[in-house]
Ligand binder design. Structure first.
Ligand code: PGA
Length: 246
């Protein structure tokens, strides 16, 4: 049983349409019935659903985030992109940046740094994803990779109070694999140790489900979870939250 303030962030990736939003009614109901529990639930749907979702969640304690943004704060000729101001304008309070699925399609630390700066300027809180690949893990490079991603991604950002870090080993995303408790404890403590002044919240993400949560919740330096696949099913998502507090 934990008494900490825990984050449960649903990363819907490219999933969901207007009808899917009806499935959140049970999560809204659940969150009302559990006022005593300390949790913060944030849904990050595709951009197309940010506006309708934020309207729907208006009088609830659930919040809305986006999954990426362009680094430019101005309008421009960037076909297919949206910037942080536009996301804020339609109701997003958070934005996921540095997700490995975007790093794999070419996002560099430098670009992620620019995106983070622009998101902070637009008053969005940033869920900053970091994590090593399987081959980096095998070469025992995990800490080195994490340090590089943190140093470059947060370069010249002095105030980190709007940043939440999500440790997501690339090899654990969507694979059903999670790190050994000992390794996870080490990585999360290492990430926290990189911050001298204000230590950010550090979440774990990668194949979190309603079974392995019983093991993950015991690692008490974890401040919450970034949940992909399992968050698309409200019943499983609620189950994960319930089990974290039991
Ligand atoms: P997963 O995704 O829970 O489906 O592994 C997590 C993520 O990519 O954020």
């Amino acid at each position: 049983m934990t008494n900490k303030y825990m984050y449960f962030i649903a990363n819907w990736k490219m999933f969901g349409d207007l009808r899917t939003l009806n499935s959140l009614d049970s999560v809204i109901k659940f969150s009302k019935n559990n006022k005593i529990s300390k949790f913060r639930i944030i849904y990050c749907p595709p951009s197309t659903l940010i506006r309708p979702l934020s309207k729907r969640l208006k009088k609830t304690n659930l919040e809305v985030g986006a999954q990426n943004c362009h680094e430019s704060e101005n309008y421009g000729a960037f076909t297919g992109h949206v910037n942080s101001k536009m996301l804020k304008n339609v109701g997003a309070k958070y934005v996921i940046l540095g997700h490995s699925e975007n790093r794999q399609s070419g996002e560099t630390d430098k670009l992620i740094n620019l995106k983070i700066k622009s998101a902070i300027k637009s008053n969005l809180k940033v869920i900053f994803c970091i994590g090593e690949t399987l081959s980096e893990k095998r070469k025992k490079l995990t800490n080195k990779v994490l340090a590089k991603q943190i140093n470059n991604g947060l370069s010249s950002i002095k105030d980190t109070s709007d940043i939440i870090i999500a440790y997501e080993p690339v090899w654990s995303i969507g694979t059903g694999l999670i790190p050994k408790s000992k390794d996870l404890l080490n990585s999360i403590s290492y990430i926290k140790s990189k911050f001298r002044r204000k230590v950010p919240k550090v979440l774990y993400g990668g194949s979190v489900n309603n079974k392995n949560i019983t093991e993950l919740k015991d690692i008490n330096i974890i401040d919450g979870f970034l949940i992909g696949g399992a968050s698309q099913n409200s019943k499983k998502f609620i189950d994960i939250i319930k089990k974290t507090f039991n």
